[in-house]
Ligand binder design. Structure first.
Ligand SMILES: *Cc1c(COP(=O)(O)O)cnc(C)c1O
Length: 392
């Protein structure tokens, strides 16, 4: 904090993280102090109380994706869930094959485990996307090989918000007896997810993108039709059916459950509200010269708008928006490489021209007046920068 300010910037970075909802915090608090037991200590009531909280969250998470509570494995977040899914499946199924399929626009928490597996002798196909950010099913179809063991395609993209056709991908995987993993970190609580209907075998989740605490997530691992075998990546006390050892963290888990419960209960009304605000934002910004939408216009998250602007340099634009709007260029994890988002690059838009990208992540606290303020500020900044020659 180098600059004390009374009015904080408008927060429009909800695809990076969200605040903990006060209702979530109240659900968590007793589990720090009163119900502090170890949920694995089943010899006394302290353990039972903590276990009851954990079990309730497990049931909420399972219900949210049409799974069974025993199929939920708590992790430290979606990064760990993705690592567990990809490395755990590779290790467990390498006798059947050593080929995986994923997409160029995945989060680094999927791409990096895949690259790591390549160093161990696995082969990975990184599917390209169409200019709208969606994969082409025919391209996926052609990528299957007899030795393919896993397809990993994210539900919703964290930079451009596009929703991949999960149900169709799931059917293709099911027909070929290939396991299907999806990173649903952005999608959970925002769009309906159903692991049965979508034929999903493994699904990664995280709490902090839907008003839950940071540092808690989960992996859904299918137990029947087929029964997925997954090699643990953390060995120890055998918690979570031996798949993920380590003492469970009841306050975080209870907060995660409450966050999911609220998000699911409010999904319909909140989506409608956010889509209206998001569409108004785009409608106004699209009037500016050289502005284009990134990602499919309708197959996208309700809370995401990603735009690229010609003849403006990314970090200059972000600097011009400071300190009024908290917004990001690409993903939060790659903010240091502003100009080189692998997602925007995969859309085939990159050229020699300077091009700034802005990702607006709207949330529960976003109001119409926040959006009006953002429209005014972004419009003025873009106009000002486009008039100035770029200094390379
Ligand atoms: C945020 C995010 C992650 C990482 O989740 P953490 O819980 O922060 O580790 C992974 N994938 C996607 C798509 C994300 O948006």
């Amino acid at each position: 904090m180098n600059q004390p300010s009374i009015i904080r910037p408008v927060y429009l970075d909800c695809n990076a993280t969200t605040p903990v909802d006060p209702r979530v915090l109240s659900a968590m608090l007793p589990f720090f102090t009163d119900y502090f037991g170890n949920p694995s200590s089943l010899n006394h009531s302290y353990g039972w109380e903590a276990e009851a909280g954990v079990q309730q969250s497990r049931e909420i998470l399972a219900a949210a994706i049409a799974a069974d509570p025993v199929e939920i494995i708590f992790t430290s977040g979606a990064t760990e869930a993705n690592n567990l899914a990809i490395k755990g499946i590779a290790e467990s199924y390498m006798g059947e094959g050593r080929h995986l399929i994923t997409v160029q626009t995945e989060h680094s928490a999927v791409l990096e485990p895949c690259r790591y597996l390549e160093t161990l002798g696995f082969e990975v196909t990184y599917l390209p996307v169409q200019p709208d950010g969606l994969i082409e099913l025919e391209t996926l179809e052609n990528a299957f090989r007899p030795d393919t063991i896993l397809v990993s395609v994210m539900a919703a993209n964290n930079e451009i918000g596009v929703l991949q056709p999960l149900e169709k991908i799931g059917e293709m995987c099911r027909d070929r007896h290939v396991l299907f993993h999806t990173d649903a970190a952005q999608a959970l609580g925002k769009i309906p997810l159903n692991v049965q209907k979508m034929h999903i075998d493994l699904l990664s989740m995280t709490a902090h993108k839907l008003y839950g605490p940071k540092g808690i997530g989960a992996l859904y691992v299918r137990r029947k039709n087929p029964r997925v075998q997954i090699s643990p990546q953390l060995h120890g006390g055998g918690q979570e059916r031996g798949i993920r050892s380590g003492t469970l963290y009841p306050p975080q888990i209870v907060g995660f459950g409450e966050a999911v419960r609220l998000a699911v209960a409010e999904m319909e009304t909140e989506s409608e509200r956010l889509i209206a605000l998001r569409d108004r934002l785009w409608q106004q910004l699209s009037l500016l010269p050289g502005v284009q939408l990134n990602g499919h216009p309708t197959q996208r998250l309700p809370n995401n708008l990603s735009i690229s602007i010609n003849s403006v340099e990314g970090s200059t634009l972000l600097a011009a928006l400071q300190p009024d709007i908290a917004i990001s260029s690409g993903s939060a994890c790659s903010t240091e490489k502003l100009a080189s988002s692998h997602v925007i690059g995969a859309l085939g838009l990159r050229d020699r021209l300077a091009r700034a990208t802005l990702r607006f992540g709207l949330g529960r606290a976003t109001t119409r007046s926040d959006i009006n303020k953002a429209i005014k500020l972004v419009r003025n900044s873009i106009r000002m920068l486009q008039e100035k020659p770029i200094d390379f």
